[in-house]
Design a protein. Structure first.
Ligand code: CP
Length: 314
């Protein structure tokens, strides 16, 4: 298709195709000269209406390592701050002849809204509480690297599922690939529709520790919470925190993921985040490769030529 809006609309084969394409691209970032000419001449706008470190910077690295020309637009400093609409902003960018837009926006559905109104490829870099597909893909790639085939593997998403676009992209992507998915957190931080999402619900973290091969630990999104969601951060940590003492009771090593940014000492303790089973920085490394693969495929790159592109030949 023209756009990447979420993992819900993709098939298992399409998800595997992106993951497999990311593998050769991962090597480019390991080199002294981290650049291939694959997207030379393409112009990409990164349109970020919400704060971001990992997603914004790794998209920019992915674009630059593929030799695309990039422009970064933040809402502060653009005419969005004077009230210009999203579509007018994008149409003005298109009038300057761009090829792709990467968008992060606080409203669920913003990426799709834009994709239906402009001709450029649109990549969703996180829309409200809906989806964050490249995060889902990089999480799945990281899980696959460490656990192998994900069929029947048990992944538990822990924490603030209610506000999490990362949780939704993980749930849709992982279940399509045949993984067993669970969520664990206080009911006040689970969506009402959780019963229809095809996941197991654990009310107690101790049950999740018994069950899981991997935890994807979510940030408590304090900026999206109203009063009353959780009693206090200390209490949250005491009841749901991913701590070394809890993990030591697991029947197997639990692989630890976190999309970042972390609230250390709240949803995850530092000795777990920095511990031997943490793959949190691997996720970040894989994020560049996954985004290179998405850019390459949406630009019309052939998956079977990714190996040649890696060598600078396509
Ligand atoms: N994981 C993630 O989306 O992080 P940023 O908000 O820093 O991009």
């Amino acid at each position: 298709g023209k756009d990447l809006l979420g993992l819900a609309p993709l098939s298992a084969d399409q998800i595997r195709l992106v993951l497999d394409t990311a593998v050769p691209f991962r090597e480019i970032s390991e080199r002294a000269i981290k650049k291939v000419p694959t997207l030379r001449g393409a112009t990409i706008v990164n349109l970020f209406f919400e704060a971001s470190t990992r997603t914004r910077i790794s998209f920019e690295f992915a674009e630059k390592r593929l030799s695309a020309d990039t422009v970064n637009v933040a809402s502060a400093g653009s005419s969005v701050s004077k009230g210009e609409t999203l579509v007018d902003t994008a149409r003005n960018l298109e009038a300057m002849k761009i090829d792709m837009v990467v968008i992060r926006h606080g409203a669920s559905g913003a990426a799709q809204f834009l994709a239906e109104r402009i001709e450029s490829n649109v990549i969703n870099a996180g829309d409200g509480t809906n989806e964050h597909p490249t995060q889902g893909l990089l999480d799945i790639l990281t899980l696959r690297n460490h656990l192998g085939d994900l069929t029947g593997r048990r992944i538990c998403i822990v924490g603030d599922v209610l506000h999490s676009r990362v949780a939704r992209s993980n749930i849709w992507g992982l279940t399509k690939l045949g993984a067993e998915v669970a969520v664990c957190g206080p009911r006040s931080l689970l969506p009402n529709a959780i019963g229809e999402m095809g996941v197991t619900v654990f009310d107690r973290i101790e049950e999740a520790v018994e069950w899981a091969d991997a935890f994807n630990v979510l940030r408590l999104q304090l900026e999206r919470m109203q009063a009353g969601y959780i009693p206090s951060l200390r209490e949250y940590n005491r009841v749901y925190g991913v701590t070394r003492a809890r993990l030591e009771k697991a029947p197997r090593d639990i692989l630890i993921l976190h999309p970042g940014p972390m609230n250390r000492g709240v949803e995850i303790d530092s000795d777990v985040a920095d511990g031997p089973h943490s793959v949190i920085l691997d996720q970040v490394t894989n994020g560049v490769a996954v985004r290179m693969a998405v850019l390459y495929l949406l630009a019309g790159g052939k998956p079977e030529l990714a190996e040649a592109a890696k060598k600078g030949g396509a």
